[in-house]
Design a protein around this ligand. Structure first.
Ligand code: HPA
Ligand code: ZN
Length: 327
């Protein structure tokens, strides 16, 4: 099947994209030169060649190493602005973007440099590209809940600049249950809550994210396919899943896009959306994900394409009036 041509320009939302994962090798080398940092790769090409992953952890190792070039508020502005330009070119009208403050504050970068730099890019995107966006602060699940609590506290002076919290990094052996208290606190602050679950971890972690964290959306969630009871629940409750096809392929979560569980998830009535996760590392931005998926799934056509787009707008955290205006 071919992706309907109209899809390229149709309004769409991206709900699962880590801004550090949009750091292209060219920008990594520019920022390294600016700050006098020597990257452990000789060239842009050598860094690209290192993007051959066997699982989530092998990706995270490279992702955290490259993030070391992000030092100043201007660096975060440039990172954000580069993504927004690419997003606008893909027809994205709204993006809810993850950032990982602990990756930066642990290196001595101030919380304000991260948030204010990204916020400035977001404002410029709204003015110059007509693209709205919001930030979602993610806790690194391989670290302790105590550190997550300290991170949320450090971000409170910037509360107006982010709309929610999420949970990312190494999933195995770091269940949602570990973060019950910090998510409860975030909810009392009026923040939206989402969580990565069921990427490499089991369907039971998706259930924990719903029951213990009260997650409003599940990021990835593809392992839900292993539990018929959970599938029924997700469909019945209309919980959105932010699925990332090229990510799943590159991290060996699926052997081949043709074997991705997406068709079963969609057919079972789940509210699935398509997203790019870490586009600089996984071989493409949002439209590349749509193209690769539709090339691999001959049974899919315009009906599926529009359902996925509608879901992305519907599952966003914007006001209902804005959703109506887009659709
Ligand atoms: N999973 C977990 N952590 C992440 C990811 C992901 O796909 N991308 C960036 N951090
Ligand atoms: Zn992710």
């Amino acid at each position: 099947s071919a992706l309907p041509g109209l899809l390229a320009r149709a309004p769409k939302a991206e709900l699962h994209m880590h801004i550090e994962g949009s750091l292209e090798p060219e920008l990594s080398f520019q920022l390294a030169a600016r700050h006098g940092i020597t990257l452990p790769y000789a060239s842009v090409e050598a860094l690209r060649e290192a993007m051959d992953f066997e699982d989530l952890q092998s990706f995270l190792n490279l992702y955290y190493a490259c993030a070391d070039v992000l030092r100043t508020e201007d660096d975060f502005f440039e990172l954000g602005w580069a993504y927004f330009q690419r997003a606008a070119a893909d027809g994205i009208v709204h993006a809810e973007i993850f950032f990982d403050p602990q990756t930066h504050t642990a290196r001595g970068v101030p919380m304000g440099a991260v948030i204010l730099g990204l916020h400035r890019a977001s404002e410029q995107a709204r003015r110059q590209l007509g693209l709205s966006s919001s930030l979602i602060l993610c806790f690194l699940r391989h670290l302790s809940e105590e550190e997550a609590l300290q991170t949320l506290e450090a971000a409170l002076p910037y509360r107006e600049f982010f709309i929610g919290v999420g949970l990312d990094s190494a999933e195995r052996d770091h269940p949602p249950a570990k973060f019950e208290r910090v998510f409860a606190w975030a909810r009392t602050l009026g923040l939206h809550v989402v969580a990565h679950a069921g990427e490499e971890g089991p369907a039971a972690y998706v259930e924990q994210a719903l029951d213990l964290l009260h997650a409003e959306r599940i990021d990835h969630g593809v392992r839900s396919i292993d539990s018929p009871a959970l599938m029924q629940r997700l469909a019945h409750e209309g919980v959105p899943l932010t699925v990332c096809p090229l990510s799943n392929l590159k991290l060996c979560v699926v052997p081949d896009l043709a074997e991705h569980p997406l068709p079963q998830l969609l057919a079972a009535g789940l509210r699935v959306t398509i997203n790019s996760d870490d586009p600089a590392y996984f071989g493409g931005y949002l439209l590349d994900n749509f193209r690769a998926l539709f090339d691999a799934l001959p049974q899919w056509g315009a009906a599926e394409a529009y359902a996925l787009l509608r879901n992305s707008l519907q599952a966003s955290f914007v006001a209902p009036e804005q959703k109506v205006a887009w659709m």
